[in-house]
Design a protein around this ligand. Structure first.
Ligand code: NAD
Ligand code: IPM
Ligand code: MN
Length: 359
């Protein structure tokens, strides 16, 4: 029997609540399936940990995580610790050190959810954003100069490498070839205004596209692309974007298919040399933390992506089916989806649906 070791990093705010429900779903589905099991190890690395230890994780934190099959994360960052300190102390080093250079962020309207875009149905809203996750605009190169003078300034350099750009583009074209609906890649750019990195990105889009003669592609400026997400999302199939553009596009993508409470993401190391990490698109939501009303569905969708990655596609699909059961019934939903239920009640209800479907 397969046994998967999972590192749980609930982190901050609602991360703690939603990871608890995700774990419950993983335990439930593995019990029903019977052919595999999980061992969970939970780490309390967070802003609270920082308050006690002056760091977000122990010095050998990454060494510890390295040996797990997957990492399941809630959210990192909370008022009291500057965001750049908490994120560069935990989440971003994991993505980088473990070469999770692909960030998969599906934009898919599940059955039972009404898009805020009038008239758009699940046929129109079904695509995936592939976000470059290791370089680009997220670089610690740069600095502050002349602080305290009237020349005070900050510079942040973007880093786009041939290796980094080629691998994310190839991944995107491969996805379009294997599982795209239309065999089309849309590459986000901004080469009209950003005159070094973005022309470089565009050049590699053209170059890699020649390796995939059956796949069509276009390159769209990020500002226009943001508008197209709203005005003609049905034209999207596989969208590939740099780190920052992908980050922004995927909160927008979340908003058109039900909100941040439901949007999942997978930080993938395709070579499987290191563990991949699964986490909702959303953050720690300090405005609702501690109230027990965070939507756990984003986190639960992440468990489905994890099971897919671990080689259990049937279980992965069963979780999405159970989510759609619950969403269509509309009886047990958190307030962000118009319901009155708690985080825990939604998690329990998903488990009940899984047992009803498979048990
Ligand atoms: P956020 O995603 O935490 O919250 C944005 C809005 O969405 C809030 O109104 C929140 O209540 C709502 N929301 C988010 N998740 C929800 C859920 N599951 N159910 C219901 N409503 C939900 O974004 P923010 O406020 O910009 O960030 C808060 C903190 O989280 C910051 O410290 C930020 O840096 C961090 N953050 C971390 C991650 C991560 O760890 N991956 C991602 C984004 C933000
Ligand atoms: C995300 C988050 C992170 C990112 C932040 C918290 C650094 O917004 O995962 O989308 O920008 O990657
Ligand atoms: Mn984000």
């Amino acid at each position: 029997m397969e046994k998967y070791s999972i590192a749980l990093l609930p982190g901050d705010g609602i991360g703690v609540d939603v990871v608890r429900e995700g774990r419950k779903v993983l335990e439930t589905i593995s019990n029903i399936h019977g052919g595999y099991s999980f061992s969970f190890t939970e780490f309390d690395w967070s802003c609270e940990y920082y308050a006690k230890h002056g760091k977000m994780m122990p010095d050998d934190g990454l060494e510890i995580l390295k040996n797990f099959d997957s990492i399941f994360l809630g959210a990192v960052g909370y008022p009291g610790v500057p965001d750049h300190v908490s994120l560069w102390g935990l989440l971003l080093p994991i993505r980088r050190q473990f070469e999770q250079y692909i960030n998969l962020r599906p934009v898919k309207l599940l059955k039972g959810i009404q898009s805020p875009l009038a008239g758009k149905t699940s046929k129109d809203l079904d695509f995936i954003v592939i976000r470059e996750n290791n370089e680009g605009e997220y670089s610690s190169i740069g600095g502050r100069m002349y602080e305290g003078t009237d020349m005070d300034m900050a510079i942040q350099n973007s880093v786009f490498t041939r290796k980094g750009v080629e691998r994310v583009l190839r991944y995107a074209f491969n996805v379009a070839q294997k599982q795209g609906k239309r065999g089309h890649v849309t590459a986000a750019t901004k080469s009209n205004g950003i005159n070094h990195t973005m022309p470089f990105w565009d050049e590699y889009v053209e170059k890699i596209s020649h390796e995939y003669p059956g796949i069509s592609h276009d390159t769209v400026h990020i500002d226009a692309l943001a508008a197209f997400f709203v005005s003609k999302p049905e034209t999207m199939d596989v969208v590939v974007a740099s780190n920052l553009f992908g980050d922004i596009l995927t909160d927008l993508g979340a908003a058109i298919v039900g909100g941040l409470g439901i949007a999942p993401s997978a930080n993938i190391n395709p070579e499987k040399k290191y563990p991949s990490m699964f986490e909702p698109v959303h953050g720690s939501a300090p405005d609702i933390a501690g109230k027990g009303i965070a939507n756990p569905l984003a986190s639960i969708w992440c468990t489905s992506m994890m099971l897919d990655h671990l080689g259990q596609p049937e279980s992965a699909k069963a979780i999405i089916d159970a989510m759609e059961d619950v969403l269509q019934e509309k009886e047990v939903l958190t307030p962000d989806l118009g319901g009155h239920s708690t985080t825990e009640q939604v998690g329990d209800y998903i488990c009940e649906k899984l047992r009803a479907r498979l048990g």
